[in-house]
Write a protein of this length. Structure first.
Length: 297
């Protein structure tokens, strides 16, 4: 039986996950490894790091046969791998600003997926929160988005990558009854790692270099952004309203902007603050809605 999680712990895990996933751009930027190979090894190393937690959870709670575990993990693992691969392709074909804005459209895709898969409609506050968050993205688009014929394909691939990420998160809700988070995410990471490794030869070498800095970045990407970040987001999708998580993921953009300022002296434009204010207001609305939802339960 899956234990009930206190509301404060759900929020803490979500916030930790947002910060951890936002750090991924630092590890990716600092690494010189081919991106698809980097994506493969981040989830393969995450699988290795979490294998003791999986084995302990399996011993404590039990689980199905490995064939059943594979069947459960196959779709979300392949979707996660496809998200990583299409993100790399799209980001290379598009402009950086375009790719960043498009990949943050998750709050628009999430309600559609939640309704189609679970019949979960948005509540009044969630509509307002989503509108405010999307307004923030619109401000960023006005400031940075450039629609050019030469980048249309890249923009389309980034849009596909965004949808795959939203789909991957939504699939965690389908498996919310799995007794332990580790019984779900570890096999998913294993499938995603194997799938990405199969795709890696088409984009470059499949083995990372042993240069210390690159190894450190790969390990950091696995430990911080995957073991902590992705696991926390999957946990949140299983214990909170889906649109709450969808809107809150926009905080990654704000956290990444703060990190970029302190690490790389990248000074954001004035409209970044306007957009951030709109997003934070939207996030505040989903916080209020989630608290009201918790009280109803």
């Amino acid at each position: 039986m899956k234990p009930t999680v206190p509301a404060w712990l759900s929020w803490l895990v979500l916030l930790i996950g947002i910060v951890a996933t936002a750090c991924s751009f630092v590890f990716i930027r600092e690494s010189s490894e081919p991106p698809v190979m980097l994506a493969a090894w981040r989830v393969l190393l995450a699988t290795l790091m979490l294998s003791p937690a999986y084995l302990l959870a399996r011993r404590r709670y039990g689980d199905g046969k490995m064939v059943e575990v594979l069947q459960r993990s196959l779709l979300p693992g392949i979707v996660l791998s496809a998200h990583f691969v299409t993100w790399v392709i799209g980001a290379r074909l598009s402009l950086g600003a375009n790719a960043t804005i498009i990949v943050n459209l998750v709050p628009l895709a999430m309600p559609i997926l939640l309704w189609l898969m679970f019949g979960e409609g948005m509540q009044r506050r969630e509509w307002l929160a989503t509108a405010l968050a999307v307004a923030g993205l619109a401000v960023l688009a006005f400031d940075n988005l450039k629609l050019e014929a030469g980048h249309m394909l890249g923009d389309a691939v980034c849009l596909l990558s965004m949808f795959l990420f939203a789909f991957y998160l939504t699939l965690a809700r389908r498996h919310a009854r799995v007794a332990s988070l580790w019984l779900y995410v570890v096999p998913v990471y294993a499938v995603a790692g194997a799938s990405s490794l199969l795709a890696a030869p088409f984009f470059g070498p499949i083995a990372p270099s042993l240069e210390l800095h690159n190894v450190t970045m790969v390990v950091g990407l696995a430990a911080v952004s995957t073991v902590i970040g992705h696991s926390a987001l999957n946990f949140s999708m299983q214990h909170m309203r889906g649109q709450t998580v969808g809107v809150m993921t926009l905080a990654q953009f704000i956290v990444a902007g703060i990190i970029a300022y302190f690490l790389y002296a990248e000074v954001p434009s004035l409209l970044f603050y306007v957009a951030s204010a709109l997003m934070v207001t939207g996030m505040g609305m989903v916080v209020i809605n989630q608290r009201a939802d918790n009280k109803r339960e």
